[in-house]
Every structure is written in structure tokens, then in C-alpha cells.
Write a new protein. Structure first.
Length: 163
């Protein structure tokens, strides 16, 4: 009987760490797939729009304002969907140019010009979305949003000073 208890303890002693390790591995794999470790990590536009969704809570928006905000952000996300593919193609094009090529610098300048045009378009799109969101706010909400922006800029400046 004593030997049976010892074997059961040994099995339990091995089983618990195995279950914990399996759980940690599963959570790690799920997070890796969700983007914590680099997948789609550099898509700032999506992150920008997700942050804007929190405005409804912070600015105490009405149900109608929330619906308008969701529609504005939904339209913005849809219009920016091709951006990732374009960015990948530009990156591939840049990496395919060899520094040994006689026209290396001119090709790099062409890529840089194309990226500048793309960046300008993205900034204009962000500004349009911000303007649309600002248009649905009351004066009180606009003031509150302005204070939030000032606070955020102050934090950014403090980080820049630390560098």
C-alpha cells in the first residue's frame, strides 16, 4: 500500500509541472499568433484607430456619438486596408536593389520619393479622420480632448528629453 501512495505522489508531482508548462506554452503560442512578438506589429494605423475607439469612454460620448465614431473609424480602417500590402512591396523593392548597381542611388531616391508620397497620403488620411471625429464632439468634449492631447504631448517631450 505504501508503494502505491508513493507512486501516486510521484505521478502528481510530475503531472502538475507538466500541466503548468503546457498552459504556459499554449498561452505563449496564442500571444505569438496574436501579434505580441512581431506579427503585424508595425501597422501603426490600426493601432491609431484602436486608440481612438477609447475616446467614447474618455469623453463621455452619447450613444449617437459612439455610433458615428464607430462608423468613421470603420470607414478609415477599410480605406487603409491596402496600405500593408503596399508597404511590403516597397520594402521588397528597396531590398532588391543591390548597392553594387550603377544606378543604386537613383533607385534609392525613387523609392524614398514613393515612400514620401505614401507617408503624405497617410498623414492626410489621419487628419481627415481626426477632423471628422472632432466634428461630432460638443464644445465641452473638444476642450477635454485638447487637454488630453496636451498631456500626451507633455509626456512625449519628457521622453525626448530623457534620450
Amino acid at each position: 500500500m505504501k508503494k502505491l501512495v508513493t507512486n501516486r505522489r510521484n505521478r502528481v508531482a510530475l503531472l502538475i509541472p507538466t500541466i503548468i508548462a503546457t498552459g504556459l506554452f499554449t498561452v505563449g503560442a496564442a500571444n505569438a499568433d496574436a501579434g505580441w512578438f512581431g506579427k503585424d506589429r508595425h501597422d501603426r494605423a490600426e493601432h491609431y484607430y484602436e486608440r481612438m475607439e477609447h475616446l467614447a469612454d474618455r469623453l463621455d460620448m452619447t450613444a449617437e456619438q459612439e455610433a458615428q465614431l464607430k462608423q468613421i473609424l470603420k470607414n478609415a480602417k477599410q480605406s487603409g486596408g491596402d496600405d500593408r500590402a503596399t508597404q511590403r512591396e516597397m520594402r521588397k523593392g528597396m531590398m532588391s536593389v543591390s548597392p553594387d548597381d550603377q544606378e543604386f542611388m537613383s533607385k534609392v531616391e525613387q523609392q524614398a520619393d514613393a515612400m514620401a508620397v505614401r507617408m503624405k497620403a497617410r498623414m492626410v488620411e489621419f487628419a481627415k479622420v481626426r477632423q471628422q471625429v472632432y466634428g461630432i464632439l460638443t464644445d465641452e468634449q473638444k476642450q477635454k480632448m485638447q487637454k488630453m492631447m496636451e498631456k500626451r504631448m507633455k509626456k512625449m517631450e519628457e521622453r525626448w528629453e530623457d534620450d
